[in-house]
Design a protein around this ligand. Sequence first.
Ligand code: HGY
Ligand code: MN
Ligand code: MN
Length: 409
Amino acid sequence: MLRISPASLLGNIEALARIGAIEGGGNARLALTDEDKAGRDLVVGWMKALGLNVRIDAIGNVVGVRAGREALAPVMTGSHIDTVRTGGRYDGNYGVLAGLEVVRALNAAGVTTRRPIAVAFFTNEEGARFTPDMMGSLVYAGGLGLNEAYAATDKDGRSVGDELRRIGYLGEAKPGALRPHAFLELHIEQGPLLDEEKVQIGVVESVQGISWTEYTVSGVSNHAGTTPMRLRRDAGYLAASVNLFARKLAWEMGGDQVATVGELSLRPNLINVVPNRCVFTVDLRNTDEARLKEAEAAVAAHIAEVAAAERVSVETRVLARFEPVIFEAALVSRVERHAQALGLSTRRMPSGAGHDAQMMQRLCPTAMIFVPSVAGLSHNVKEHTEPADLAAGAQVLMNLVLELADAPS
Ligand code: HGY
Ligand code: MN
Ligand code: MN
C-alpha cells in the first residue's frame, strides 16, 4: 500500500501555519488579504514543485492537476486555505495539504493513475470578510455569477474583484470548466463528537443548512441619564433581545438547531449615549430544512415585534442561505470501507460547518472525511488535531483517491 508520509504532511502544515501566524498558534489569513496571497503563493509553489499543472480561475480558485494515463475527468480533492481572523492551522489547510501529500507519495513511487488527480483550494470559503461563504466553490459549481461575486464588498468597501486583482489571483480559467469525476474533502470535524466518542474517522453523510442574515437597526441616540425608559428608541436593545431570543429558541427546538449572533456593532458606542444604530448578524443552522425555516420565521417575527414596541426600524440583508446537502451515498460508503480497512473506528455524521464539498456535490459525486478536533474547538487558535489522526485521515484519502483514479469506469 502506498503510504503518506506523516512527517512531510505535518511539516507542510507547520510551514503554512507560519503565514499569517497569530498569538496562540493560530492563523489569520482572511480571504484576499496579503496574508492570503502569501499562503496562496506558498501552496502554488508547492504544487509546481510537485509537477502539477496549475490553473487559476476567474474567482481565484486554484487547481493543480496531475496527469493520468488517460485524459479523463479527474478525481479531485481539496478544501480552502483562507481562515477566519482567529483561525486555527488545520481548518481547510489540512485537506489541501493532504491532497498534495497524496501527489508527493505518487511521485515518489513513480505511479501514474488512470485518471488525472487534481488538488484544489477554493477562494473565500470562510465568508468572514466577504459573503457568502464557500464563495469560490459556489461560483465553481455554477451557483453564483462572477459579477455578483466580484461585487461583494468588505466592511471597508473593498470588493472581491478589486482584491483578487490586487493580489494577482484573478485568473483566466473558467470556474468549473474542469468537471471532476468525484470530489473528496478531508477536513477536521470542528465539533466535539469524534473526540468525545474517541472515534478516529467521521464518515460525513451531509452538511447542515446555513442561514446568515445581517440586520441594521436605526433608533434615536439620546442621553443615557436624562432619557426616561418610556422615550427610548434603543437600537442596541433590539440586538440584545434577538440574541437572547435566538439562543432560547435553539435550546427549545433542540436537535441540531444552533443560533449565533457573531457580529454586533453599536453607534456611537459610548457609555452615556443610547445607541441609535446597531448592525448585527444572525447565523442559524439545522440539518433539517423545514426546522431551519421555522427558526428563521420565529426570529423574523421576534424582530418585528420588538422593533414595533421599541419604535426602531430594521433593514434586513441575507448574506448566505444554503439548504442541507446530502453526499453521494455510494461514495460515503467507500469512505467508511477504506477507513475500516485500515482498522480505524468510524461513525456516520452530518457536518455542522459549511464546506466547499457542499457546493461540489452539485457537480459530481462528493464525500467528506473527518478527523477529530480536540475538545471540538475550531475557529479558535487552540484548534488541534493529534498527528496520528491527521496521518490516518490522509491515508484514508490516499487509498480512496487511488481506488477512484484507477477504477475501470
Ligand atoms: O461557517 C462555516 O461553517 C464555514 O467555516 N464557512
Ligand atoms: Mn473549513
Ligand atoms: Mn472555517
